[in-house]
Design a protein around this ligand. Sequence first.
Ligand code: 5PN
Ligand code: ZN
Ligand code: ZN
Length: 268
Amino acid sequence: MPDNKVYLLDGGTLVLDGFHIWWNKGPGGEVRFPVYSVLVETPKGRFLVDTGFDYDHVQRALAFEKPQQTQQQTIPGALKLLGLEPKDIDVVFNSHFHFDHVGGNKFFPHAKKICHKQELPQAADCEVFEALGYSDLGFSTEVAEARGATDQLTAGQTAANTKYDLIEGDVELAPGVKLIYTPGHTIGHYSLLVEFDNRRPLLLTLDAAYTKKSYDHDINAGFHIDPVAGVRSMRRLKQIEADLDAEVLFSHDPESFANYRTGVNFYG
Ligand code: 5PN
Ligand code: ZN
Ligand code: ZN
């Protein structure tokens, strides 16, 4: 069995109306919710799943989401709490390319990068209703060029260090580190399953289910490309949870997140 460890890197908070978090269900009203990234330490290297939001980008493009992020909630700050630096990360995997999952990609020019094969072309040529979600484009020279946003590329960033290995379907990244294809929220969205030596598996829904309420009642977020696929993906995750007796973690649930292990407190 794999000797894996999972660290959740607290990335600060954003605000949305409840009708965006729980599509056509609500209740409405401001909800402040967490954003985090996932560090998986394995015998085969350190995998970082998602990289949070860039505070300045959100202030510029989505100030209505009222971002809050301390220095320790930036990606370099959160890694430092663990005694790590960006160069210690071997692989960056993005569950999808929404701004609140790619903001720190710029800190990892050296890392191998992986995403679903349809997620890059979709971000480069998205539907009108997806443009705000795919608004921080510094994760890819190619996408930033296609969208006329080369100003978002960090100085010194080259096409070579924003190159992605493309995957499709379910993929095992490393022993016990499994990507579960869960389209709906975006065209190439993935959830994450991690297995351990000495504890139950963790099933991280990522944006396939923002909150426990979303998951329990098959409620999509307002941001999606295919709500029917989104519901099927949530049902698939529930089957995996039952089959493996997994502990399920949600991506943007304020009440649940308060009880998650963060910082130096890891799962494993
Ligand atoms: C947090 C958040 N805010 C806005 C959007 C959007 O337009 O697509 C995805 C998304 C978000 O995750
Ligand atoms: Zn998203
Ligand atoms: Zn998100």
